[in-house]
Design a protein around this ligand. Structure first.
Ligand code: HAM
Length: 428
């Protein structure tokens, strides 16, 4: 028996019917990025593994458990160790530094769209190949509460632009403070959690030493109970960090963006400092994060670039598609003309005619085989054709074609040689 292939677990085909939704999301995202002054950047789908480890943190779940490493046939190429990109921020920062963007422009406002890869256990809304729309604002002068608020506003407006209603998603906001504040916070957390270490889940017991923040968003029931009993506030933050966060909130309020402050929101990646946020859609179940982001003021210098601040976010397209469900106007654009040939000789002439019409910028298609008028009209209906053009023996003899307007049912004959007249009609 011949083996039939299936797609790899955790990946998905996006079939033509669904692609309409994807195209609409992508083109709206591009449009919105454009209005906010973001320019597209495209980076490779794989990078040195160390880039991701140094950016997201050696102890992050992604680096620990989810990296998809590449092996090449040539051993010398493996020396550096490459991995498929699990997210876009690290690559964008690598490119920002490598291409001296800091010297070329003040603030670089960049966006990207494309597949990301994480070796996770697949489930609804969680894939191994998924797609993100992300933005990154990097550069001197980017540490402004106005920019934090603008980036958050942009992510909210994008979701609304895709057709999601304001009551379909929730915005959570927090601050982690500076690197020093984070250090104080992890010390504080370790002190508070020390008496409960043995009650924590296996993962969190390891996180206690390696990445104590992650205990705060563990989904295990017992870990959650322990965390909820802790008194967590912003007292570990410096005065400047608290003031900065206060300003971000004030600007968000002035934009009428509603959010919920959540001291437990820490995000799983090491590079975050100060503002962090997450947007969730409660209807999606356990994988409810539509997108997330935050400030990462130390990453560019940690990767060898200049000391510039940065902030960004990424939305997951699959989850947006799930959240939209059947909502949103994503219909196929109608075909301008469907050509019907009624016999073999007309078929030859029709084929050439279709190519000429397409060259004039009109969308056109045909049946490619001689078939009855009735069955070809059904095909034209299926394609939602605005006009049907019929060519048969009698038309060929008279040197004309019949053009039928599918909207009002009217029929007109035109000389076949008068292609301009026909294209004029079809463009209407
Ligand atoms: P993240 O929270 O890891 O952040 O991912 C952002 C979004 O990507 C998630 O909220 C979710 O919608 C989607 N996503 C993540 N993993 C999967 C998966 N396995 N399957 C389906 N969707 C997924 C980042 O990636 C950061 N780089 C965001 C950022 C940009 N921070 C600053 N700049």
């Amino acid at each position: 028996m011949i083996k039939k292939f299936s797609l790899p677990r955790g990946t998905a085909d996006i079939l033509p019917d669904e692609v309409l939704k994807w195209q609409a999301i992508e083109s709206r995202a591009r449009g919105i990025c454009n209005t906010y002054g973001y320019k597209e950047i495209r980076t490779p789908l794989f990078e040195e593994t160390e880039l991701f480890a140094r950016s997201m943190g050696q102890t992050s779940d992604i680096v620990q458990k989810q990296m998809l490493n590449l092996m090449s046939q040539k051993q010398e190429e493996d020396a550096a160790g490459f991995s498929l990109r699990p997210e876009g921020t690290a690559s964008v920062v690598r490119s920002y530094i490598q291409n001296d963007l800091d010297k070329k422009e003040g603030l670089s406002k960049l966006f990207y769209l494309g597949p990301m890869f994480r070796g996770e256990r697949p489930q609804k809304g969680r894939l191994r190949q998924f797609h993100q729309i992300g933005i990154e604002a990097i550069g001197p002068g980017s540490a402004s509460p106005y920019l934090d608020a603008e980036v958050i506003a942009l992510s909210v407006n994008m979701l609304k632009g895709f057709g999601l209603k304001a009551d379909q998603f929730k915005l959570k906001l927090n601050t982690l403070g500076s690197a020093e504040d984070k250090e104080n916070f992890s010390k504080f957390l370790r002190e508070q959690l020390q008496p409960h270490v043995s009650e924590l889940c296996q993962d969190c017991q390891q996180r206690f030493d390696r990445n104590v923040f992650r205990i705060l968003d563990c989904k295990n029931k017992i870990c959650r109970e322990i965390v909820h009993k802790l008194t967590i506030d912003h007292t570990h933050l410096s005065k400047e960090s608290r003031q900065y966060f206060q300003s971000v909130r004030e600007v968000l309020d002035s934009l009428n963006i509603s959010y919920q402050q959540d001291v437990l929101l820490v995000r799983g990646l090491d590079y975050y400092t100060h503002t962090v946020f997450e947007i969730s859609c409660p209807l999606l179940g356990s994988q409810d994060a539509l997108g997330a982001g935050g400030r990462y003021n130390d990453l560019v210098s940690q990767l060898g670039g200049s000391a510039v601040d940065a902030i960004g976010f990424a939305l997951g397209i699959e989850r947006i598609v799930l959240a939209l469900g059947k909502d949103g106007a994503f219909s196929e654009s109608p075909l301008d003309a469907f050509f019907i040939a009624l016999d073999e000789i007309s078929l030859k002439r029709t084929f050439i005619f279709v190519q000429q019409i397409r060259e004039a910028g009109i969308s056109a298609d045909m049946g490619y085989r001689q078939a009855s008028l009735k069955s070809q009209m059904r095909l034209a209906d299926k394609r939602k054709a605005r006009y049907v053009i019929i060519l048969g023996e009698s038309e060929l003899q008279k040197g004309v074609v019949t053009v039928k307007n599918m909207g009002d049912g009217s029929q007109t004959t035109f000389p076949i040689a008068d292609i301009h007249k026909i294209t004029d009609i079809l463009k209407k």
